[in-house]
Structures are given as C-alpha cells and as structure tokens.
Design a protein around this ligand. Structure first.
Ligand code: ARG
Length: 585
C-alpha cells in the first residue's frame, strides 16, 4: 500500500533476513538498527559491530567490515534500493531508488493519502475525555480529550475499527446530594424544567448542605440508594442533571471538533450487579471490614468492588466496562487515555482482570496512556487567579480572542474576509491549544502558555498553519497555468530529494504512534516537513515571474507536483492531530 509505505520497516526486515541468511547459526539478534538521515547515504544499517561481538563470543574472529560485506551479499532484491556499499568499520550505506520514490509519490498525488482497507482491522476501543457530571470539566479532561481524539484519528486512518467511548462520571454518590437539593428547591421538577444551568454552583450548594446538615446528608444517601434501584422519580431527576452537563460537554466537543460516544458509568449498573455476583460465586471477593475487595497476587493494592453500604465504586464500573468491551464489543485492543495519577488504578484493574479471567492478555491488549498535569505559567497546577479550576469554555474563548488580536496586529483583518478571519482565528486558537499539548512527550507535565503557543516561529501550530497556507497559495497562484500531472516529479536537486525522503517517513511515524501512543512523533515529523519544504522552496525555483509585470513566465511543474504532495502530507498530518487547516490566514 503506497499510502502507508514504510521504508524503514521494509529496510529493517530486508536486513534482518540478510543477516539470518549470512549467519544462520547466530541466535536471533533482534531488529537490526537501520536509520535515516546519515550524511553519506539515505539510510544506514549499523548491525555489523553487534554481529561481530556475537561471533567473537562463539570463537569466530571477523572484522566488522567483512561482516558488512557478507550481509550485503546476502541482501535480497528490493526495488526501493538503488545501491548499497560498505564504508569505514562496517557501516552499510543505502541509497534509495529515485525512480521508485517518484513512482510512490506519483501514486499519492493521484490517489491522495488514503490507505487501502486493512485485511485484518482491529476493533480498538479508545476510552478518553470522561469528565464528571456536575463537576467542572477541567484541563486534565482537556488533555485526555485532545490526546484521545488524535489517537483515535490515527487508528482510524490506518484502517482500524475504532470505538471512541466517553466513560463519564454520571453515577457517583454526588447524585445523592444533587437530587436531594433538586427536590428541596424545585419540588415540581417533574413538570417544570428547573433553572440549574449553573450546575457547578448547584453542586457547591449541595456540598455545603451535605457537610453541614445531618438531616440533608441522610436524605442524600437515601437518594443514592433509590437512584441505583431505579426509582422513576429519582431517575428522572438524575436525567435532568445529566442533561445540563451533557449540553455543556457537547459545546466543548463541538468547538474542538471531537466526536465521541457517551457511555458513562451508569450504563453499567446491571452489568455491575452481574459481575459482582459472578466474582462472588467464583470466590474472588474477600471481605475487608464490610467492604468486598478483589486482589490479584501480582498487585500491591486491591480493587474495591462493593462498599460497606452495598454501593458500587469507580473500580466496579471499570471491571464491568472492561468485561462489556471484551465480550459485547469484541475489542481486540482497549486504550485508556487518563491522567498518570490513575496509573495505579489501571495497573490494578488489569492485574485483577487477568487474575479473575475477564482479560486474556494473549487475546486482548489493554493499554494505559497516561499524561502529566497541566501547569500554569507559575509552574504550579493550572488555576485561575482566585484559585478556582479554569473553566474550559472560557479558556477556549480566551484562545480565540488572543488569536484574533494576533491577526489584527499583523493587519490581517484588512486582507481577509470576515469569514476567513473567523476560520483563521478558530483554526489558530484550537490548533495551538491542541498542538501545544501534543507536541510534548505526553508523560511530562506541560506548561500552559498562550504566549508560547501563539508564537509564529518554532515548533508551533501557527508556524505549521502558515507553512501550509504558503504551499497552498503557491499552488493556487498558478491560476490558469495547467499543471500536467503526467510530468515527472522532480527529485534531482538535493533539496527536492531531501523533501521526498522526509515526506515518506510518514508511515513510519504513524506506526511508532500505534506502539507508544506518543503523538509528539507526528508533531516533530510535521515540523521537519515544514522546515524541509522551506529549504526546498528557498533553493529551488518553482515559478519564474517577469520582474517588471509580475506575470508568470515559467512553471517548473515537476516541483509544483512536489508542492502538492507536501500539501497532502501536511494537511493529512494536521488533520490527524485534530487541527483544522485554512487556505488563508
Ligand atoms: N471520570 C474519570 C475522572 O474524571 C475518568 C474516567 C476514565 N475512564 C475510565 N474507564 N476509568 O477521573
């Protein structure tokens, strides 16, 4: 599949086979190191020294240079390779075939970057975002939303069958207090919809009562029990409250262009009852001071499956959800995108699920994708000046405002139409927020700074978006000049060749992401593409204009084709990061 051709993995397996053929008695030495970007060749394989060492251990004394030569002799046929030679102490230099790369790029030009359907797509469940009803959706949930959405896009692009699940907290004990307060303040809530738009405030009020008024507290507990036993009035109150939250969450998803299926903790109520019975019958539950807990011999902590008051917990819902995803959704792989603070919870969940037979790790992969906390510019946990959690909606608003200010500062409001300006400011604002999150290693804490993320130099979304509009305008400015797609893509100039090789690392990057879930690989790739493109454009004329009239006199079509291919890779890459692109900004 040309759209997903992975030069690195083709070369790696080619060399791995050659090594096996050259030294059949050598134990499997693993993946030979093949790397791009050496000064002297397109790729290089550096396995010779390692082979030498292994041979020496067996009493064979050969030079790395001789080893390299023998490996090269055993190399199978491969049309992406033009030439191979050995230099220095056994480096194997690889030159790629320009004709073959032209053919691949030509294919992408004609067919776009659309991978062929996979013969064996996996059912991949990605659990992300997952805010809690009535509590604020905070920056931690924003990170999960951004990372989870982008991961989903990558898996979908490759051709897997992805189910995006929003495991929202809609079933906790907080509903007891919320329902009790609803009953007190708006007794006719069943017929007149209550004015509880500001759920946070409502939540705070109920919390105050809960902590100060024992009678209220008692009633709140009763409400939880009634809700969990599905008393119609309580279910209706619960639904009302969830609807308010859902509407708020939905606004954020819409702004960020994120789609996700809501399946909160409440969805699992009957399944929790069943799984608890099952675990009980099979003897996996242990009594601990009235609670029912589950251990695995491997884990340092147990899961709490039933509380002493008979209620279920976060742990219970995750056990039931895992079982549902494996048995009913037929998941091949389940990925949890949750802050690193919950890594122990998911480790324990996995070990216990394996122990009690819900999860067979040889059949279903379960991965935890953690991430660090969001810090403010003062390097402390991201908070408003008054110490409250930052509301996501106002954060997005501020981003849009700052993006507009930047555009106005550059005088763009005088050049762009109102519609273009609006598209540009949202693309920049949401793009920057997403990119700033994704371009760092996700496991590190990350410092939220509008000033930094809105810079138009360096590795930022603004830089990439500008690079893309530049490429698009080169193509669009050709106007009536027809571009003959049959013309050959130009790869003779050193900078053209460098750009082609850089572009074709795309698939290698995606496959890395499916292994370590680190989206910064894709950001680095795009930044590389943009800077390599600029080098190319500065060195290679694409269009010659009359210096007096400004009219186009000559078009280097082979290079324009390269611009178009770059456009395709960049726009696809940005889309995989969940970033909207524009043609003018
Ligand atoms: N609602 C939880 C929180 O805000 C996150 C849920 C993550 N997903 C899960 N299956 N536990 O912390």
């Amino acid at each position: 599949d040309h759209a997903l051709i992975n030069l690195h993995s083709i070369l790696t397996s080619l060399f791995s086979n050659a090594i096996k053929k050259a030294y059949p008695t050598l134990e499997d030495i693993g993946q030979p190191a093949v790397s791009a970007g050496s000064k002297f060749a397109d790729y290089q394989c550096n396995a010779s020294m390692q082979i030498c060492k292994l041979l020496k251990a067996k009493g064979e004394n050969v030079s790395p240079n001789a080893v390299a030569k023998k490996v090269v002799e055993c190399l199978g046929q491969c049309d992406i390779i033009e030439k191979v030679d050995v230099s220095g102490p056994g480096f194997i230099n690889i030159w790629l075939s320009r004709n073959k790369l032209k053919e691949i790029l030509k294919y992408i030009l004609e067919n776009k970057l659309k991978p062929k359907p996979l013969t064996n797509p996996q059912r991949v469940i990605i659990d992300f975002s997952a805010p809690n009803v009535a509590k604020e959706m905070h920056v931690g949930h924003l990170r999960s939303t951004i990372i989870g959405d982008s991961l989903s896009r990558v898996f979908e692009f490759i051709g897997h069958d992805v189910l995006r699940i929003n495991h929202i907290g809609d079933w906790g004990t907080q509903f007891g207090m919320l329902i009790a307060l609803l009953q007190d303040k708006f007794p006719d809530y069943k017929t007149v919809s209550p004015p509880i738009k500001d759920l946070q405030k409502f939540y705070k009020q109920s919390k105050v009562l809960f902590d100060s008024d024992p009678e209220f507290k008692k009633r709140a507990y009763e409400c939880v029990v009634k809700l969990q036993s599905m008393s119609p009035d309580h279910v209706q109150a619960w639904k009302l409250i969830c609807d308010v939250s859902r509407e708020e969450f939905q606004k954020i998803y819409k702004r960020l262009n994120v789609s996700i299926v809501e399946r909160g903790e409440s969805f699992y109520q009957s399944r929790m009852e069943n799984v608890v019975k099952e675990l009980e019958n099979k003897g996996f539950l242990e009594n601990d001071d009235g609670r029912k807990i589950m251990w695995s011999p491997e884990s340092s902590l147990p899961l709490t499956i039933v509380k002493s008051d008979g209620g279920f917990t976060y742990d219970t819902s995750d056990v039931a959800a895992l079982k549902q995803r494996i048995e009913e959704e037929k998941a091949d792989r389940i990925i949890y995108v949750v802050d690193s603070g919950q890594s122990v919870h998911f480790e324990t969940l996995k070990k216990c699920a394996i122990h009690c037979g819900i999860l067979d790790p040889s059949k279903v992969l379960m991965d935890f994708v953690g991430f660090g906390v969001v810090l403010g510019e003062d390097k402390k946990k991201f908070k408003t000046r008054s110490g409250d959690t930052v509301r996501l909606a106002s954060l997005l608003d501020e981003g849009v405002k700052r993006a507009r200010d930047k555009l106005v500062e550059k005088g763009r409001d005088k050049v762009l139409t109102d519609e273009e300006l609006e598209l540009a400011e949202t693309a920049i604002a949401y793009g920057c927020i997403k990119y700033a999150d994704l371009c760092h290693n996700r496991s590190h804490d990350y410092l939220f700074s509008f000033d930094k993320m809105l810079e138009d130099k360096g590795n930022t979304a603004v830089y990439l978006l500008y690079a893309l509009t530049r490429i698009r305008s080169i193509i669009n400015n050709l106007g009536t000049y027809t571009q003959d797609l049959n013309e050959s893509i130009s790869l003779d100039h050193e900078k053209e060749w460098k750009l082609a090789k850089t572009l074709l690392r795309f698939s290698e990057v995606l496959s890395k992401i499916t292994e370590d879930f680190c989206l910064h690989h894709l950001c680095e790739y795009l930044y590389d593409v943009a800077t390599t493109f600029n080098e190319f454009y500065d060195n290679c004329y694409c269009i010659e204009k009359n210096s007096q009239t400004g009219e186009i006199e000559k078009v280097y079509t082979g290079r324009i084709l390269l611009c178009k291919i770059t456009e395709e890779y960049m726009s696809t890459g940005l889309t995989l990061l969940g970033i909207n692109t524009v043609s003018r900004m």
